[in-house]
Design a protein around this ligand. Structure first.
Ligand SMILES: NC(=O)c1ccc[n+]([C@@H]2O[C@H](COP(=O)([O-])OP(=O)(O)OC[C@H]3O[C@@H](n4cnc5c(N)ncnc54)[C@H](O)[C@@H]3O)[C@@H](O)[C@H]2O)c1
Length: 342
């Protein structure tokens, strides 16, 4: 196990890498902990939670809502959780997002830690303090920015993670490489998904690199006034595709990244060989890079984008692999190019 500490404005977060869940009881007495997890994670890993109070929620994004939060709060009251309780979220991004939110509001705030169990949560969702829930179709509409006390990485949880969820998580890993780290990009080119699944040392290195990238971006701009927006690379068109086609998030973001590369070629001087390399890397990790779609429908959704101002959308584009920029792209230009980029 190795630990690092990351200072955010509000608190210091300790990261336990390469750790074993059983070590948790040396950090906090079991009787002070309530575990929050979902049915899938519980099903495969119930043995790890023996002796803990556990609150279980149904798995899936459709349960990331206020009624789940209400139910959790009622259970916490029944379990007599109080200001000394530490809430520990063990699960994918849905569980880590809900845990942070409940911990921020229960009794006006209790301590919490996260044990991410999906690749996406390990490299992205658990990091940076954003939490919250969806309201109907509006994703992450309600929430806070509130850092956990610790994030704890136990790779053994990944043994039960479905392959589709591995691929989903790799979309965000490739995103990190594209926007901030050309060396990470080369590492991904050199290896395969299967190698990362099979080699725990390699996987640990990959996860720690991604945590460092996200931490560096978040600490520069914790409250998303500037650089944190770079993390939205591929998400503008990705969200439109996700809405229309109901694809898993990572798959839609992958198509969004391919589209943003095409747009970057046109307007931010990304060399076509680099755009091609990115598209090949996405495909190598089994991610889709295009889709048969209604371009006008995508454009209609983009017009409503919350990053829009003065008839332009703030797009995250690449100048080269490892260097992203935020550029306004006018709706006219976007309309003109939409058929070539998606
Ligand atoms: N807060 C942030 O900064 C941030 C960043 C990115 C994404 N997110 C959020 O994260 C969520 C997506 O995260 P996700 O992809 O992890 O979704 P998820 O939590 O729904 O997990 C995906 C699926 O994998 C299952 N699962 C998770 N770990 C498992 C394991 N070890 N074994 C077996 N099954 C397992 C879950 O039960 C679920 O069915 C979205 O709600 C998104 O908004 C938040």
């Amino acid at each position: 196990m190795n630990t690092i500490e990351q200072i955010f404005s509000e608190k210091k977060v300790t990261y336990y890498f390469d750790a074993e869940f059983s070590y948790m009881e040396q950090l906090i007495a079991k009787e002070n902990v309530v575990i929050l997890t979902d049915e899938n994670v519980f099903q495969y890993h119930a043995g790890k939670f023996l002796g803990y109070r556990v609150v279980r929620i149904a798995a899936g994004e459709q349960h990331k809502n206020q009624s789940t939060v209400d139910r959790i709060i009622k259970e916490l009251i029944v379990l007599e959780a109080d200001k000394t309780t530490v809430l520990i979220g063990v699960g994918g991004g849905v569980v880590t997002d809900i845990t942070g939110y409940v911990a921020a509001i229960y009794m006006r705030g209790i301590s919490f830690g996260l044990v991410p169990t999906s690749i996406l949560a390990m490299v992205d969702a658990a990091i940076g303090g954003k939490n919250g829930i969806d309201v109907g179709l509006y994703k992450n509409m309600v929430g806070t920015i509130h850092q956990p006390d610790f994030i704890f990485y136990d790779h053994s949880f990944l043994q039960s993670l479905p392959v589709k969820e591995w691929i989903n998580g790799f979309a965000e890993i490739i995103k990190h490489a594209c926007i901030a780290d050309a060396l990470l990009f080369s590492m991904l080119e050199k290896h395969t998904l299967h190698e990362f699944q099979a080699d725990e040392t390699l996987l640990a290195e990959l996860i720690e690199k991604n945590v460092a990238i996200k931490n560096a971006i978040v600490t520069r701009d914790e409250f998303e006034k500037g650089d944190r927006k770079l993390l939205n690379f591929g998400h503008t068109i990705g969200h439109a595709i996700e809405n229309i086609h109901g694809l898993p998030h990572g798959f839609a973001v992958s198509i969004g990244m391919a589209a943003a590369c095409n747009l970057s070629e046109q307007i931010s001087n990304l060399h076509f060989t680099e755009a091609k390399k990115i598209i090949m890397l996405l495909a190598k990790y089994h991610l889709p890079v295009d889709i048969e779609t209604e371009h006008e429908q995508i454009f209609d959704i983009l017009k409503m984008d919350k990053k829009r101002s003065n008839n332009a959308i703030q797009f995250i584009l690449l100048e080269k692999i490892g260097k992203a920029v935020i550029k306004p792209v006018s709706l006219d230009v976007l309309h003109q190019h939409i058929k070539e980029i998606v």
